[in-house]
Design a protein around this ligand. Structure first.
Ligand code: LRH
Ligand code: MN
Ligand code: MN
Length: 387
């Protein structure tokens, strides 16, 4: 039997990257509700991200999205983040907002548009050099809405060429992670719709290219933990964008819609060597808080990941292996469910206190006055970048 005391060392290794855009206002295509206290600058987004880390000890890095987080001096931004107690993490390129990209970016039929999109990604590598970031994350909105609209085969070839040009400019310690998404904004075909397509491209590029798995980017019913297991087996799982969904790409708080799915995913991450020291899998959030306060929304998210990681670490893998070997289906399932149903909240609260963190980070944030302070100080906050 594994007890909570047995897992604390491993649990202490948990680090979750938060997205800068979670702190900006966002919404649906129907309405963006402004929230008082929303950051007006990149620095204010970083200050909010650092607040999540201060209350939880779980979020030491913050991902940036370019050009949403464009500043003149990224070296200075890096120092600002360090002063706040966090580091700058993944740089997300953005080739989905300019009019030029209406019919595609890296897969556009016009070489001039492809060139512009490649150049943007090369600029992002320059940003990474200044911020000290390891990963360039590429997500493409590219696709078509109508059968016949585009040459889907040619677009794959253009994509491969463009990715190669970007890959060639990566430094020795840098990586390219390619995110897939099965639909939206394109509705007929998407150029990187699934893990297999992302894998085909990153495998062709080489060791520094990996797949990014956004949990919200799959059709309902998809067995995501199977994809996790397969990508880890292939050595190609680079990062996660965690969030949860009921219907499409809802970007809700991770673990909110289906905590059991989050548990199953983390079990496979641990099983496949994707967790803890020596692992290169980046655990990131990709969320938007449309109606709730953003900072506690992020705090809740990292706590949900921590809770499910603790439960997954408690899984009695020896007993499970025995039950599997014996072909005891029900015993194996019971052992698995036992770990999932273990309530670790009290143990986690006590352990946080031992480490000088608030036992209940949500309550501590509420009581801290930070929310009231930013609401008073910041007038006219910006939206996340879109809508
Ligand atoms: C696309 C996506 C991608 C973007 C982010 C804002 O749906 O998941 O990761 O960069 O949303
Ligand atoms: Mn994402
Ligand atoms: Mn998404």
């Amino acid at each position: 039997m594994t007890t909570f005391a047995d897992i604390t060392d491993r649990l202490a290794a948990l680090a979750i990257e938060v997205p800068s855009w979670a702190y900006g206002n966002s919404g649906t295509r129907f309405k963006v509700f402004g929230t008082p206290g929303t950051p007006r600058t990149v620095e204010e987004k970083i200050a909010d991200a650092a607040t999540v880390h201060r209350f939880t000890g779980l979020a030491p890095t913050v991902a940036l999205h370019i050009p949403w987080d464009l500043v003149d001096d990224f070296g200075a931004l890096r120092r600002y983040a360090a002063d706040q107690g966090v580091a700058l993490g993944t740089i997300n390129s953005n080739t989905f907002q300019d009019d030029d990209y209406k019919l595609g970016s890296l897969t556009h039929a016009d070489p001039k548009v492809r060139e512009k999109a490649v150049q943007h990604n090369l600029d992002c590598i320059e940003v990474m050099n200044a911020t000290g970031s390891r990963d360039l994350k590429i997500w493409l909105a590219d696709g078509t809405n109508y059968p016949g609209q585009g040459d889907i085969r040619a677009r794959q070839d253009w994509l491969a060429e463009a990715l190669q040009r970007i890959y060639d400019q990566l430094g020795d310690d840098q990586r390219l992670v390619l995110e897939y998404k099965f639909f939206e904004p394109a509705f007929y075909h998407t150029d990187v719709p699934d893990w297999g397509t992302s894998y085909a491209h990153v495998a062709a590029l080489g060791e520094k290219a990996m797949v990014c798995l956004d949990t919200g980017h799959h059709a309902p019913g998809t067995n995501i933990e199977f994809i996790v297991a397969q990508l880890l087996r292939l050595g190609k799982l680079g990062s996660f964008d965690f969030n949860s969904r009921f219907y499409a790409d809802d970007d809700l708080i991770v673990g909110a819609a289906d905590p059991f799915q989050l548990f199953r995913i983390i079990v496979e991450v641990i099983r496949g060597g994707g967790y803890g020291p020596g692992s290169e899998v980046a655990l990131m959030l990709d969320q938007c808080h449309n109606i709730e306060h953003k900072i506690p929304g992020q705090i809740r998210s990292v706590l949900n990941v921590q809770e499910m990681t603790a439960r997954a670490l408690l899984l009695d893998t020896d007993a499970l292996a025995e039950a599997r070997t014996a072909g005891d289906v029900l015993a194996a399932n019971e052992i698995f469910m036992d770990a999932f149903y273990t309530d670790v909240r009290r143990d986690l609260a006590g352990w946080r206190e031992e480490r000088g963190l608030p036992a209940d980070p949500m309550a501590a944030y509420d009581a801290s006055g930070y929310q009231q302070q930013i609401e008073a100080d910041r007038v006219g906050g910006n939206q996340a970048g879109w809508n």
